[in-house]
Design a protein around this ligand. Structure first.
Ligand SMILES: Cc1cc2nc3c(=O)[nH]c(=O)nc-3n(C[C@H](O)[C@H](O)[C@H](O)COP(=O)(O)OP(=O)(O)OC[C@H]3O[C@@H](n4cnc5c(N)ncnc54)[C@H](O)[C@@H]3O)c2cc1C
Length: 507
């Protein structure tokens, strides 16, 4: 292939959305993917495939997922998810820190981006498993992530790579971008190292515009400790081992402005026995997101977080950090017989570390390192604090809370008193980092002096100032696709119009 108009670094959802969009604009496109072909797809491939988008009812769901049939239409209340709700959820969980312009781009681009993904071959299905299940068998959608990708992350990236192949995008695997090539007109290409059977070779790849979509630094233990803080080298990586911050470093090296929550990340409750780096064959079986039905205790036998603060989609992404802060970076999720049937399938996977006892003491005796007496006291105090005047109801945000505890439980507080009792050891699983580079509304990277860097665009996890402290579930994939498309369109337009200006001229 002759020099492409647009070079995209990273073959996840952001990079492939950029590549396909640039191609639609008529640009020639090459994607550099660090992973070998068998491991392609980044975190996007590891994902559950939940996507948060504005929708106005069941008809919008059917436009994505196809005909649902009369039964599902009758037994499911899909509700709606408005632009205002999405913006409010985003603002609330990020403590009003996020850049409002980026938030609006994400939210306003969400519905059309879902339809675009559908058009290029991505299949969708309603996300029944993460909604409120009511006692009469009805399902009530909690708003937000109403649909997921058919085939989850694997289905998503298979469809994207297939579309890329069909549209003439070139994808090179085992190609690690290491630096950006600069010219007087701005960014003029990428220097990469290509894995060869007998070693690696360095190669310069010129292009008129470059889109960086290489993920965050979640798989880089040294950077995690440097930016997220002490102890973060001990977090387990839930996704791709290839997201080590290369794209961010390359951008910073040419003067990009760092922005956003560099000490923050998405991190969830994850099986303590999971490997340090996840494996595609294992996927999401180590996910332990049902904490809201029980309690979580640390090695001191103490609760340390409000397990029922809100619906799962708005709390799970900060649970990893809460657990990492506990002694030994371990906690145990504890449930009794009443709620055990509510746990999702991964809790029953053969790889799940699980303990069971007919008394709490029998259970505690198996939890190595826990203060047994303190655990008993914690459960007794918890049980005594559970409100009896409000019914426990997993079919809604039930307001069944504790009263008078230093660490409250705000919803789904059920006494833990019916054997058998179960415990699941959990630790912090990091998903992706929040720190990134500043981009403008065309996804062009902004430099430390506030001027756009000609020829340089960024998308996906690399975009800073969108998420702080926490995030609404399903908005990681959405952000990847929305900003990928914006970056691809802008890069193609710049490349095809030949409008890259000398750097000084755009300041
Ligand atoms: C277990 C798990 C479950 C998740 N579930 C969901 C979910 O259900 N919903 C949701 O919204 N979000 C979810 N997420 C988050 C979501 O996957 C990410 O936010 C999103 O996929 C990011 O897309 P991206 O394209 O920016 O990054 P990625 O998909 O990670 O792609 C980055 C790519 O860059 C490549 N790369 C890195 N360095 C280089 C280099 N130097 N040169 C070339 N290529 C490079 C990597 O190999 C990778 O392919 C989940 C994440 C994980 C780990």
């Amino acid at each position: 292939m002759k020099n492409p108009d647009v070079l995209v670094v990273g073959g996840g959802l952001a990079g492939l959305s950029a590549a396909l969009t640039a191609r639609e604009q008529g640009a020639s496109v090459m994607v550099l993917e660090r992973a070998p072909r068998e491991e392609r797809g980044g975190n996007s491939r590891f994902s559950i495939g939940a996507m948060r988008a504005v929708y106005s009812g069941v008809d919008d769901i059917e436009k994505l997922a196809g005909d649902l049939g009369a039964d599902d239409r009758a037994r499911v209340d899909f509700g709606t998810y408005t632009r205002e709700q999405y913006l409010a959820d985003l603002a609330r969980v990020t403590q009003h820190r996020g850049d409002p312009e980026l938030a609006q781009l994400l939210v306003d681009g969400s519905t059309e981006t879902m339809r675009w993904l559908r058009r290029i071959g991505v299949g969708f299905r309603p996300l029944y498993q993460w909604q409120f299940k009511q006692a009469d068998g009805r399902i009530k959608f909690a708003g937000g992530s109403a649909v997921g990708v058919a085939g989850a992350g694997e289905g998503l990236t298979d469809a994207l790579f297939k579309a890329a192949e069909q549209s003439g995008v070139t994808v090179t695997y085992g190609m690690r971008a290491v630096s950006l090539i600069e010219s007087e007109h701005g960014i003029a290409g990428v220097r990469a190292r290509q894995t060869m059977p007998n070693g690696a070779r360095s190669i310069d790849l010129p292009a008129s515009a470059v889109v960086l979509a290489a993920g965050g630094f979640e798989a880089n233990a040294e950077w995690r400790t440097r930016y997220l803080g002490p102890g973060w080298e001990l977090a387990k990586v839930r996704g791709s081992r290839f997201n080590t911050g290369d794209g961010l470093r390359m951008a910073l090296d040419v003067g990009a402005m760092p922005c956003g929550n560099w000490s923050g990340c998405h991190s969830a409750s994850w099986d303590f026995g999971a490997p340090d780096l996840n494996d595609l064959a294992l996927g999401a079986i180590f996910k332990r997101d049902d904490f809201l039905y029980g309690i979580m205790v640390n090695a001191r036998g103490e609760r340390f977080v409000d397990e029922g603060a809100d619906i799962r989609a708005l709390t799970y992404a900060k649970m990893g950090r809460a657990i990492l802060g506990q002694p030994g970076q371990i906690a145990w999720q504890i449930f009794d017989r009443k709620v055990a049937q509510l746990l999702h399938d991964e809790y029953r996977a053969s790889q799940a570390a699980r303990y069971r006892g007919n008394t709490l003491d029998e259970l505690a005796g198996q939890l190595v390192g826990i203060d047994r007496d303190a655990l008993q006291a914690t459960v007794a105090a918890f049980n005594a604090a559970v409100r009896r005047d409000v019914a426990f109801d997993p079919g809604k945000k039930d307001g069944c809370s504790t009263v008078g505890l230093e660490v409250p439980k705000s919803n789904w507080a059920a006494t833990i008193d019916e054997p058998p009792f179960e415990a699941y050891p959990v630790t912090c699983g990091i998903t992706f980092t929040f720190g990134g580079v500043r981009v403008d509304s065309s996804a062009q990277v902004v430099d430390v002096d506030g001027g756009a860097i000609p020829g340089l665009y960024a998308a996906g996890e690399m975009v800073g100032s969108l998420f702080y402290f926490n995030y609404p579930g399903g908005s990681g994939l959405m952000a990847a696709a929305v900003f990928g498309r914006i970056a691809g369109r802008s890069a193609a337009q710049q490349a095809l119009s030949g409008q890259a200006q000398p750097r000084s001229a755009v300041r």
